[in-house]
Ligand binder design. Structure first.
Ligand SMILES: *[C@@H]1O[C@H](CO)[C@@H](O)[C@H](O)[C@H]1NC(C)=O
Ligand SMILES: *[C@@H]1O[C@H](CO)[C@@H](O)[C@H](O)[C@H]1NC(C)=O
Ligand SMILES: *[C@@H]1O[C@H](CO)[C@@H](O)[C@H](O)[C@H]1NC(C)=O
Ligand SMILES: CC(=O)N[C@H]1CO[C@H](CO)[C@@H](O)[C@@H]1O
Length: 424
């Protein structure tokens, strides 16, 4: 059984890498592209409801807002002003949720009304805003760049998300709610952006009353997931030679991983073994936590797309073992930073109250990196380890936001830092 799973892992891994390499190598081959496009269309039919449809399907009222960043990116921002099961008055200040790498606002709904964190928070009477970063399917527009034809659109990594997208989103929420600050809940990359923003901008730390960081992907020195190391380091290596928009946009919805998954599961008759294995190679294995049906759901919203440079940035981080700025190579580093080596981000500037939540068995965000982060930050209220020994990173999709394990801890701090508003 173990060996079969091991074989599946290798097969899946080889397939994903082969497809990735082939995609880049065959970019000029029109026949190849047409073939891929057919596969994409096939998968797109299976894609799930968008945020608005999802919430409304379950009887929740939600709103669609549009944020435009200083550098012209157009991002959808969603809001559930008050949950279906909220009896009392809406609390203040508003909450902003920020998704992880290759995810979107939908990841906060995927587990459904009984465990999706956006639903749980809205039902606990928080004014819940759910953001999106440039590059995913809700952030794939620009005032004058076309993501399909302009390579420049994809010229970003998490630095730009932290410097432009997050501040624009926060300012939008503050303006529309007439608040002075927000409460922030980030998952994985969502936390990285928060610390990037604090380091690289001024005036925003004061706008965060408290920040809850779930599985923060900040320093990634100890990331144990071999597939993620391979994938991100592969992009760190090839990113300088990528030029076309189709090469620079990676892992988009209806894209490569989804195609590969459907392909493997359908044609090799190994659905449960291999699909489970794909999850297991991305993360550690948490038996019984994610069912085959759940896997199909998960791959409907994930991956949601980003830029090659964003993946490359994580690859650089796992090589440099530091939380530092993007490495553009000697010449451009000197120009941009005035030094050959990219400077470190300044975590000491994140002076807002911080809670860190992490899993012991997380192969993407290792507990050792979370402990290191905790020691760098000046204002950590609590570092909380989820009490399930096999808890991993992708449990976060479905299990992490579950009522019993994560929500009570998040709600404990949010309710302490909020007050009952006068809107009923
Ligand atoms: C393009 O791809 C097709 C299908 O895979 C293949 O038969 C053909 O030889 C390729 N052409 C070139 C120029 O690589
Ligand atoms: C979500 O779907 C609805 C109905 O199909 C559509 O009107 C709306 O524009 C979509 N929203 C987004 C953000 O894609
Ligand atoms: C709302 O009221 C119902 C029925 O009175 C109760 O069961 C539920 O726990 C209440 N919810 C909250 C969030 O207070
Ligand atoms: C949709 C889905 O698969 N939800 C899962 C979320 O996590 C809980 C707890 O592990 C599962 O029971 C649900 O099935």
């Amino acid at each position: 059984m173990r060996e079969a799973a091991g074989g599946g892992v290798l097969l899946a891994c080889a397939l994903l890498l082969a497809l990735l390499v082939r995609r880049i190598a065959c970019e000029h081959n029109d026949t190849q592209l047409q073939l891929q496009d057919e596969l994409f269309t096939y998968n797109s039919k299976d894609s799930l409801s968008n945020f608005t449809e999802f919430t409304r399907n379950y009887g929740y009222y939600s709103e669609e807002h549009v944020v435009i960043t200083k550098d012209g990116y157009i991002l959808f921002l969603f809001r559930i002003p008050k949950g279906k099961n909220c009896n009392g008055s809406v609390k203040e200040p508003p909450i902003l949720l920020m998704h992880g790498l290759l995810m979107s606002a939908d990841s906060w709904l995927d587990a459904g009304p009984s465990s999706g964190l956006a639903f749980l928070l809205a039902d606990a009477c928080y004014d819940t805003w759910v953001g999106n970063m440039r590059g995913n399917y809700y952030g794939r527009r620009h005032v004058n760049l076309d993501p399909d034809t302009d390579s420049e659109f994809w010229d970003f990594n998490t630095e730009e998300m932290g410097v432009y997208d997050l501040p624009a989103t926060i300012d939008y929420v503050l303006e529309h709610t007439d608040s002075n600050d927000i409460m922030y809940v980030g998952f994985s990359q969502g936390c990285r952006l928060l610390f990037t923003m604090a380091s690289e901008t001024s005036g925003y730390v004061e706008k965060i009353r408290i920040a809850i960081n779930v599985a923060p992907a900040v320093r990634v020195k100890y990331t144990r997931s071999i597939s993620i190391r391979l994938l991100t380091q592969f992009y760190a290596l090839v990113s300088p030679i990528l030029k076309k928009p189709r090469q620079l946009e990676v892992l988009q919805k209806g894209g490569l991983i989804q195609t590969a998954t459907a392909f493997v599961c359908k044609d090799y008759n190994l659905a449960s073994t291999v699909c489970q294995a794909i999850l297991a190679i991305i993360d550690s294995y948490d038996p019984g936590s994610v069912t085959t049906d759940t896997i199909r759901t998960l791959f409907g919203h994930f991956p949601a797309g980003t830029s090659a440079y964003t993946l490359a940035f994580y690859g650089q981080g796992s090589i440099s073992k530091k939380f530092q700025k993007y490495d553009y190579g000697l010449k451009k580093n000197l120009q941009l930073y005035g030094s050959v080596v990219p400077p470190l981000y300044n975590l000491k500037k994140s002076t807002m109250p911080i809670v860190l939540i992490y899993g012991n068995n997380d192969f993407l965000v290792d507990p050792r990196d979370v402990r290191w982060l905790s020691n760098q930050l000046p204002n950590v209220l609590e570092r909380y380890e989820v009490s399930r020994s096999t808890w991993n990173h992708l449990d976060n999709n479905y299990s992490q936001f579950s009522k019993q394990l994560i929500f009570p801890k998040i709600n404990q701090y949010l309710s302490k830092y909020s007050s009952s508003g006068n809107i009923s």
